[in-house]
Design a protein around this ligand. Sequence first.
Ligand code: KG4
Ligand code: ZN
Length: 336
Amino acid sequence: MYVLGIESSCDETASAIVTEQKKVLSNVIYSQISEHGAFGGVVPEIAARAHLEKIDLVVAKALKDAALDISEITAVAGTCGPGLMGGLIVGSTFAKTIAMAMNIPFIAANHIEAHALSIRLTEDVHFPYLLLLVSGGHCQLCVVHGVDRFEVLGKTIDDSVGEAFDKIAKFLGLGYPGGPALEKEAVNGNDQAFPLPSPLCRGKSCDFSFAGLKTAVLTASQGHKTAQDKADLCASFQKTAARILAYKTKQAIDVCRSKNIQLTVVVAAGGVASNEIVRRELRKVCSSCELSFSAPPARLCTDNGAMIAWLGVEKLRINQMHNLNFAPRPRWPMGE
Ligand code: KG4
Ligand code: ZN
């Protein structure tokens, strides 16, 4: 089984081919960083045009790298949401056109579900597992009971943690995308230099709040302008954010235990899960709860086509395919 995946929900035009045996035969990513860099964030209209310009080249390269002809593809999965409408239209229409022309199944991929299941592409992880999903648009904890069954335990009541990384990085002039730039800046910083608040970290709630922490960082930066101050602030914010994620993960583990859900493992996915300090704090808290922790390799945490293709494999196995008139959904909660 060769499944072609196409991803275009935000600022990466990506395509990959994976097999049911978890082989990633190709994984092509065209990043639009240079197009959006000058604006300090993703400009939807520029993103849509860039997807349109690159999508055929990216898919052709995915086929070439996998040494496959399009006639050998078993099925095609395309991201249909959530995300920016322009990009979703480009990618999903391209995927549907291939499915129609080659007379093969089409799978309408939910981007968040693809992040959630991506760990099963790289490791033999079984259900149910606890998932911390931390990306630019999402921040939530849920139990993954099956390919299409997700139980949300908590989510952010304001910003996602990725958004906090991005906005702070932009404010400090670190560029875009903010997460990796901030992680790099923090390497030479003292993570104890600035005491910062950890909102919603007293009770047992699994919900997150990052707006207050973000504002506290922006306020603390005033009057602290040296290069060392900047590094210290980045390190302090990153450590605080990682600790909040770990604290909330512990609350979610407790909820699972109280509900008698026998977790196999704790998983992190999404762009922020590629952050080394975040991974370290999560590993620590899981080990204190005698649970193992897993996350996909960094290149599969951030947006990619392989996770979309893998979702296609998972959906095909349970016989879930979609009609070609499936309309893209800029808002599309997981499991719906
Ligand atoms: O999953 P993703 O690639 O796209 C979405 O689905 O949103 O996640 C992107 C987010 C951005 O906010 C980006 O700044 C953040 O993930 N990110 C990171 C790192 N790499 C990406 N945040 C912290 N540390 C990183 N190394
Ligand atoms: Zn994503």
